[in-house]
Design a protein around this ligand. Structure first.
Ligand SMILES: [Zn+2]
Ligand SMILES: [Zn+2]
Length: 242
């Protein structure tokens, strides 16, 4: 296979990359993501510990959360959904570059450890509907969740929370529509519901946009008797104007 030349397909990062070459700067650091790019693009920033949006200083609850508290007790966001992470996440998610799961999960694990929030009993991915899972072949949120759980010594499970139907695509819809579409989308595995009763669960997703998905999944867990729900997202779309 011939490598694409950088820039040959417009703005996009070249798809093909030999093992050991950094996916961002193409240096030979022996990793899919080199330590310089991590230092440069994944430097920790202050965020609200309830919604993950950037704040001037580390904040328990930002103004937006005070007005409309999210249904999570804690929230950890590792990265802004911006260069180079938007492209890497797209490659990981839509282009089958599963080798990016480990370096991306490492960013989330770092952010969780730095946030010093209480650790959960269970780490669960936001589930995909059956059609999307079959198309993609894997749930990107599970690829992150199981690695993060292993790093924390916590239990992870891909099936305790399920999405029995796919539902319409959410992209391009306003928040009210997104929430309406998702109502009742997530359900607990009834046969194992007791294992979550009174427990602390962290929900993992790759990208948090409006937060509608994580909110709906959190609501399903609460209805099932989960005592505390945290939201952990690899990246969050910055608020308008950030
Ligand atoms: Zn690099
Ligand atoms: Zn907030």
């Amino acid at each position: 296979m011939r490598p694409h030349l950088p820039g040959a397909d417009g703005d996009a990062l070249p798809r093909w990359r030999p093992p050991g070459q950094c996916a961002v700067c193409r240096s030979w650091d022996g990793a899919a993501l080199c330590r310089w790019c991590v230092q440069r693009f994944a430097a920790p920033v202050a965020r609200c510990s309830r919604c993950g949006l950037r704040t001037a200083t580390p904040t328990e609850m930002c103004g937006a959360c005070l007005q409309d508290p999210p249904p999570f007790d804690g929230c950890v966001v590792a990265l802004d959904y911006a260069f180079p992470w938007d492209r890497l996440i797209a490659d990981f998610k839509f282009d089958g570059q599963v080798e990016l799961a480990a370096p991306l999960a490492a960013r989330l694990l770092d952010a969780i450890l730095m946030a010093r929030q209480p650790l959960p009993d269970w780490v669960l991915p936001v589930p995909l509907g059956p059609r999307r899972l079959a198309e993609r072949g894997y749930n990107q949120a599970w690829e992150l969740a199981r690695r993060v759980a292993r790093g924390l010594g916590r239990r992870a499970d891909a099936r305790l929370l399920e999405r029995p139907l796919d539902g319409p695509q959410q992209a391009g819809l306003d928040l009210a529509r997104r929430r309406r579409n998702l109502r009742g989308a997530y359900v607990l595995d009834l046969s194992r519901r007791l294992s979550l009763q009174g427990r602390h669960v962290a929900l993992v997703d790759d990208v948090m946009t409006s937060g509608a998905t994580l909110r709906e999944a959190a609501a399903a867990l609460r209805r099932g008797g989960v005592a505390r729900v945290d939201a952990w997202a690899l990246a969050r779309t910055p608020a308008p104007g950030e």
